[in-house]
Design a protein around this ligand. Structure first.
Ligand code: SF4
Ligand code: SF4
Length: 151
């Protein structure tokens, strides 16, 4: 049977956090978006590759804001791209779909980062320093930053 994954409709989400509480393996985290302190700016996000596809989050959501969809060889990754990147492949909350087995290098291609710039960047995957050939998994958060020069 094909594994399913939750897909969130953030326009209907009321930030109640019930889905995160319902998840039996605690892979949903309520994350604050932007700098506003408003509670409405907090949304559920899958973290890491531990989702069982059980659908408990979708059943628990009072707003029907979660739909279980077949995973179908694609994964969703949150990308915090380097400054000046092409964001056209990212949704409004910086998530993008990539084929399973994609690496950090594929993410840089997706946001059209030049190879010269790519060599200068440091990479973080789920907060951990990572090489460009690291294989990514559904729910991973990939960030890029330039090393801070001393002095
Ligand atoms: S499908 Fe199940 S395991 Fe996956 S996020 Fe929802 S409740 Fe958690
Ligand atoms: S249960 Fe539904 S409405 Fe509540 S935070 Fe989760 S997705 Fe949003």
């Amino acid at each position: 049977m094909t594994k399913k994954q939750p897909v969130f409709d953030y326009l209907n989400c009321v930030s109640c956090g019930i889905c995160a509480q319902a998840c039996p393996v605690s892979v949903l985290a309520m994350k604050r978006e932007g700098k506003s302190g408003k509670y409405r700016n907090v949304f559920p996000e899958p973290e890491g590759a531990g989702c069982l596809g059980c659908g408990q989050c979708a059943k628990a959501c009072p707003m029907d804001a979660i739909v279980m969809e077949e995973a179908s060889g694609q994964m969703r990754v949150k990308i915090l791209p380097p400054h000046g990147s092409d964001r056209s492949a990212l949704d409004e909350r910086s998530w993008a779909e990539l084929p399973e087995g994609s690496t950090v290098r594929d993410v840089l291609k997706l946001v059209r980062c030049s190879p010269v710039k790519a060599k200068l960047l440091l990479v973080s995957v789920n907060g951990e320093r990572s090489p460009l050939d690291r294989e990514l998994h559904d729910g991973d958060v990939v960030g890029f930053f330039f090393p801070v020069s001393g002095g």
